[in-house]
Design a protein around this ligand. Structure first.
Ligand SMILES: [Fe+2]
Ligand SMILES: [Fe+2]
Length: 183
């Protein structure tokens, strides 16, 4: 990896830590690292992937003239699937999970972030579009919903086609900063 890429990755990890450390240390969020997601990853790892992808996409969109609030993207991405934790006890089947976890994530998010804004709530609630009918109402919501799809596809093809974990190094760097710092 060249120096420029390492610096860029460090900046992403630092920004996610700065904005999201409290969320990532929440016990429900931590529980996400023990729940399987899409068969081979975990809710926690997928969530970090979406947050990294969201941060990168926000940067790209800003470069072409979009006004993107990076804080909204990171908070939305970190909390987009928090409601899916404990899915086996909450939902009857995959369809119900797909339809309801966005709304449940927004409810959990409001508990974890007491000053969650209506825009952040909308980003989380509608991240499953077009699986759920209501599209997100902000550029940041579009960023998170695209980052979610992109990450899900990359997780899948990295796992099956190149037998590698998507974004493993950057995720490890973030986890190290968040979970080992206070020990
Ligand atoms: Fe989701
Ligand atoms: Fe997701």
């Amino acid at each position: 990896m060249n120096k420029e890429k390492i610096n860029r990755q460090q900046l992403i990890a630092l920004e996610i830590e700065k904005i999201g450390a409290t969320i990532m240390r929440n016990p429900l969020f931590v529980q996400g690292f023990s729940q399987k997601h899409h068969g081979f990853t975990t809710v926690g790892d997928h969530t970090l992937n979406v947050t990294i992808a969201g941060s990168k996409l926000a940067g790209k969109m800003s470069k072409v003239g979009f006004k993107v609030d990076r804080r909204d993207v990171i908070i939305g991405a970190l909390l987009h699937d928090i409601g899916i934790i404990g899915r086996d006890k909450k939902y009857k089947n995959n369809y119900e999970t797909g339809q309801r976890h966005g709304i449940d994530s927004a409810k959990e998010a409001a508990e974890i972030v007491p000053d969650l804004t209506p825009k952040q709530k909308d980003i989380i609630e509608n991240h499953m579009f077009p699986v759920t009918p209501r599209p997100p109402r902000s550029v940041e919501g579009v960023v998170v919903t695209l980052a979610d799809k992109w990450s899900s596809i990359m997780e899948l093809i990295c796992h099956y086609l190149i037998r590698k974990e998507y974004n493993a190094d950057l995720r490890r760097a973030i986890r190290k900063r968040i979970y080992l710092k206070d020990e």
